[in-house]
Design a protein around this ligand. Structure first.
Ligand SMILES: Nc1ncnc2c1ncn2[C@@H]1O[C@H](COP(=O)(O)OP(=O)(O)O)[C@@H](O)[C@H]1O
Ligand SMILES: [Mg+2]
Length: 273
């Protein structure tokens, strides 16, 4: 009992220091999560990184999916180190930041199958994020979390100011997103919601509204906002370019999905802090 209380306390202290310490950094943190796996989170993250970088912003991507770390595949690079080499104290933070072949995009590669329980009370992931932000080198840090609401994902969510949940309209994906809304509504201000595999902007908006209504009905925190930020269609080009280890937003500028992602970027640039 004592342990769990003191670990809660240390978490609070840790979060407070993060905010204070990084007040001077230009780096904004966006965390991408989903609840359900396989909804397109990593593809979404890699491609918004590309579109943001194209607008002249310096982007770092942290592959925080310990279930399936595949960001290096999407960017088609073979990084020498993962950010766990930094956690383990073998490498400096700069050593584990790899430049991708895309201008303005750096990657902190992850590792599948990591035993989080070894670190579950030590906030090492909070510190990795803090340290990247403290470098003051990047305009935006994108964190791609794994699926589910395990302690590892929760730690990343707890330190994030801007959280995007990507979902499909599939009932099981929506159930998972609702659980996420319930959890975040306790101590966050808002969640940005984006629909993948969704052809029509209106459909996403309608479903987002029904989630908000359900939250009201269940009397979740009234100050918590769910903001609908857009939709991405299913596109054969996305799966093809993924297999070829290329980014569809680079290869297919006129694809509907690329245009929809540009709209999402426009929203983000106006609304993240
Ligand atoms: N809008 C889309 N249209 C077609 N295929 C997609 C789309 N979004 C993702 N995919 C494909 O779905 C698969 C899973 O995507 P991925 O980004 O790895 O999901 P997650 O990171 O959520 O597990 C990949 O093969 C990817 O190319
Ligand atoms: Mg993924």
């Amino acid at each position: 009992m004592f342990n769990s209380i003191s670990s809660q306390a240390s978490k609070l202290i840790n979060l407070t220091t993060r905010r204070k310490r990084n007040v001077d950094s230009k780096t904004k943190l966006i965390t991408i999560t989903s609840g359900k796996g396989g909804v397109g989170k990593s593809t979404f993250t890699a491609n918004i990184a590309f579109l943001l970088a194209q607008r002249g912003l310096k982007i770092a991507v942290l592959d925080a999916d310990i279930g399936l770390a595949n960001m290096q595949v999407l960017f088609d690079i073979k990084p020498k180190y993962t950010f766990f080499d930094y956690i383990d104290g073998n490498k400096s933070i700069n050593d584990v930041i790899s430049q991708t072949s895309y201008e303005n995009i750096s990657l902190l590669a992850g590792k599948s199958g990591y035993q989080y329980s070894n670190h579950s009370n030590s906030f090492v992931f909070t510190r990795v994020v803090e340290d990247i932000i403290s470098l003051n080198k990047f305009d935006i840090l994108l964190v791609d979390t794994g699926a589910g609401l395990n302690d590892f994902v929760k730690e990343f969510l707890s330190i994030s100011d801007n959280i995007i949940a990507l979902t499909t309209t599939d009932p099981s994906a929506l159930t998972d997103v609702y659980s996420l809304i319930k959890m975040l509504s306790i101590d966050k201000d808002k969640l940005m919601l984006c629909f993948n595999h969704t052809k029509n902007y209106k459909i996403g908006e309608t479903i987002a509204n029904s989630l908000v209504n359900l939250a009201k009905k269940n009397r979740l925190n009234q100050d918590f906002m769910v903001e609908y930020i857009g939709n991405v269609s299913t596109s054969a080009n996305i799966s093809t370019t993924g297999r070829l280890r290329k980014l569809f937003t680079k290869e297919f500028l006129d694809d509907d999905s690329t245009k929809q992602l540009q709209d999402v970027i426009n929203y983000l640039l106006k609304n993240i802090y």
